[in-house]
Design a protein around this ligand. Structure first.
Ligand SMILES: Nc1nc2c(c(=O)[nH]1)N[C@H]1C(S)=C(S)[C@@H](COP(=O)(O)O)O[C@H]1N2
Ligand SMILES: [Mo]
Length: 429
């Protein structure tokens, strides 16, 4: 791989260009061009001549006791946007969605969002206390938790602020930045309802307060109904221990709901009869409407999708002909039923192919295989979930919620693919 890191170029806000829907594209898929083909084999030197990598014996086993990606993948990393937040302890890094495929986010590439930095906790010193409106307040050690029945589930986690910078117009040039506050991981954990049952919840219990052991001691109120439905207390991600950045040794998993409720470094659950509005940060996670009122308790993450390639950090490098358009779709309401892709800014839509597992409240991977004639495209994807919700356009969202919001932007993203294959973040109107 020879491409340079994109970090610099992506930090520049784009020109916020707006396009008239239908101004470009259209002919690309329909044209039915003869696709560019692989070269006809006739003595390819990288095969016929001995290369360095088959001249010498390679490193033996366990030369990398914990394996890391190839040196040629050094570009595939979490990135941050320096001007976005004042400190790295209360900041966010973004998942490099444009470099990934399938539905699982590798552990080392999961975006991070902390309010007081990463806590480094020794597991033998970690405790989870369950108290409040319970019959018997309990303190669980990690070995105590290992004795409860375990479950495995793949879930996405999306920060409510994902795509927040894009509310007023196209802003950041790459899906890592516009959509990278999301990851999708296979969790192993125990059911929160089993731990609550062990303590015995009182009949007037309605809410939980979950608290982390980080410097922020972050707390969130969670309705008891959700806790008893599908919340997990997880200790493994993608088969191995949680990473410190993701809450080692214990985190709350709140499927389909906004990321801020998924308390990391989980150390305390207090059972109560009302939300802890004053003490927690719930007031910050509201959606300010045009009339000055705010939406609160907007926990479910709405149906959403984005094309991950091509995208500004993943331009089309191979020229015209056969090309793969791919992206991700997810919904806090359950499974994704369908994803449509438009090449012309939303005038015409083609149903994309969802490939791989279709799991509730997990990422779905979609593909559209096209024959690109080299003309400009305005790429969009639109997801529909099993509850029947359709991903809205950004203008529809603004009409409903105004321009002051940051949170819960699930609007349709547009990528402008130019004739040279480079891609820009734009909006169509
Ligand atoms: N203890 C604690 N839990 C936390 C946070 C935090 O700062 N401290 N951040 C929350 C927010 S706002 C989000 S979006 C998710 C991010 O999870 P991740 O870092 O695994 O991506 O964790 C949530 N849980
Ligand atoms: Mo968040």
């Amino acid at each position: 791989m020879t491409e340079k890191p994109e970090a610099k170029q992506t930090l520049e806000p784009t020109s916020r260009r707006r396009f008239l829907s239908g101004a470009v594209g259209g002919a690309a898929a329909a044209a039915g061009l003869a696709a560019a083909r692989p070269a006809v084999a006739e003595g390819e030197s990288v095969i016929t001549e001995v290369q360095d990598w088959n001249r010498y014996l390679g490193d033996g086993v366990v030369s990398r006791p914990y394996g890391t990606p190839s040196q040629y993948e050094a570009n595939v990393v979490r990135r941050d946007v320096e001007w976005l937040t004042a400190s790295r302890q209360s900041s966010v890094s973004f998942t490099p969605l444009h470099e990934l495929d399938g539905i699982i986010t590798p552990n080392g590439l999961c975006f991070e969002r902390h309010h007081g930095g990463t806590a480094e906790i020794e597991p033998s010193q970690h405790r989870l206390m369950v108290h409040g409106l319970v019959d018997t307040p309990l303190v669980f050690t990690m070995p105590d938790l290992m004795r409860f029945p375990r479950e495995n589930h793949v879930y996405f986690l999306e920060c409510a602020a994902n795509s927040g910078m894009e509310w007023r117009g196209a802003q950041l040039n790459g899906c890592q930045y516009t959509h990278g506050m999301v990851h999708c991981v296979a969790y192993t954990g125990v059911r929160l309802k089993d731990l609550l049952a062990e303590a015995g919840i009182k009949t007037n219990a309605k809410w939980l307060l979950a608290e982390g052991a980080d410097a922020a001691a972050m707390t969130r109120s969670i309705p008891l109904e959700k806790a008893l439905d599908d919340c997990l207390v997880a200790f493994k991600m993608n088969g191995e221990a949680l990473r410190p950045e993701q809450g080692y040794p214990l985190r709350l998993v709140v499927p389909g709901w906004e990321g801020n409720m998924w308390i990391k470094w989980l150390r305390r659950i207090e059972v109560g009869d009302q939300p802890w509005q004053q003490r927690e940060e719930t007031s910050k996670y509201t959606d300010l409407l045009a009339n000055g009122k705010a939406r609160r308790f907007t926990w479910v993450m709405d149906v959403k999708s984005v094309i991950t390639s091509p995208s500004p950090q993943a331009p089309i490098r191979h020229g015209r002909g056969r090309a793969v358009i791919t992206g991700l779709a997810w919904s806090g309401n359950g499974r994704i039923k369908r994803v449509d892709v438009s090449l012309d800014g939303g005038r015409n839509w083609t149903t994309a192919r969802i490939d791989g597992p279709s799991l509730s409240k997990a990422m779905h991977r979609f593909y559209l295989d096209i024959d690109w004639d080299g003309s400009e495209l305005l790429l969009q994807s639109r997801a529909i979930d099993e509850a029947g919700f359709v991903q809205p356009t950004k203008n529809e969202l603004r009409a409903a919620r105004g321009e002051n919001s940051i949170y819960h932007n699930n609007g349709i993203q547009t990528w402008y693919v130019k004739a040279d294959g480079t891609v820009e973040n734009v909006e169509v109107s």
